[in-house]
Design a protein around this ligand. Structure first.
Ligand code: PEP
Length: 257
């Protein structure tokens, strides 16, 4: 089954609101309509969501707006938190959940990832669920890494109905490859993405598993994106460092057209 590719830029804690407006405008200015079979998503900080959304709307581009995190409660006394309803109100269509940096620095757990996934689905926002093993786990061998990642998948999908599961996006991001310049080989990434799809098929059946888009993330650059694009179970990329300038980001998008 042919899935539409997806390339998402995770800007992390970078870019002021003005810089975010400039970067999104630069991306729009160089975006071509023949990128039709790839969906492109920009995930700026919460602060810049509205501004970037306005640039994307004004430009009438096909580029979608995404957030980097969400809280699962809808409203109330949760100082500093942002709900899925709030994200929807500024036009977010996607939201990253469970990024390894959130797991490492902000206490994100498999349980909170699952609560966030379910909260997003109620607002019709597509979760981009990040999973991935650290170096110590990878050093235990491929089976240990696969067992770890597929357990993250099972936890993240808990209580998600089969009617919703197919539209979820997974990003396989081995932690040892994020921001390090060391990418997984295309074969290693493909093997893990295949195993992820296999786990989803065990839970929901093959038809649903075939709909789920699985991205690779971890030091993806214009120079290596073309090696990942032909892999049968890799449907795009989640891009950090290379998403902070228009040209390298769009070169990666082009690799998935
Ligand atoms: C990320 O943080 O999601 C990521 C993939 O970062 P980088 O591309 O910089 O490794």
């Amino acid at each position: 089954m042919k899935r539409r590719s997806l390339v998402a830029g995770n800007w992390k804690m970078n870019k002021t609101t003005v810089e975010a407006a400039m970067l999104s405008q630069d991306i729009c200015n160089h975006y071509y309509n023949d990128y039709d079979n790839v969906e492109t998503v920009l995930c700026p900080s919460f602060m810049a969501l509205k501004t970037v959304g306005t640039v994307l709307d004004y430009d009438k581009s096909d580029i979608m707006l995404g957030a980097q995190d969400v809280y699962w409660q809808d409203n109330g006394a949760f100082t500093g938190a942002i709900s899925a309803t709030m994200l929807k109100s500024v036009g977010c269509k996607y939201c990253i959940v469970g990024h390894s940096e959130r797991r490492q620095y902000f206490g994100e757990t498999d349980e909170s990832v699952n609560l966030k996934v379910r909260a997003l689905l109620t607002q019709d926002i597509t979760p981009i669920i990040c999973v991935g093993e650290n170096l110590a786990k990878r050093d235990e061998g491929e089976k240990a890494a696969i067992d770890f990642v597929t357990a993250q998948i099972s936890a993240a999908f808990g209580e998600v109905g089969s009617d919703e599961a197919g539209r979820i996006v997974i990003a396989y991001e081995p932690i040892w490859a994020i921001g390090t310049g060391h990418t997984a080989t295309p074969e290693t990434a493909q093997e893990m993405c295949f195993r992820i799809r296999e786990r989803i098929a065990e839970i929901y059946g093959l038809e649903t598993a075939e709909k789920v888009r699985i991205l690779y993330g971890g030091s993806m650059k214009p120079e290596n994106a073309a090696m990942f694009a032909p892999q049968p179970d890799i449907d795009g990329g989640l891009i950090g460092g290379a998403a902070l300038e228009a040209k390298p980001f769009l070169d990666i998008v082009k690799a998935f057209v």
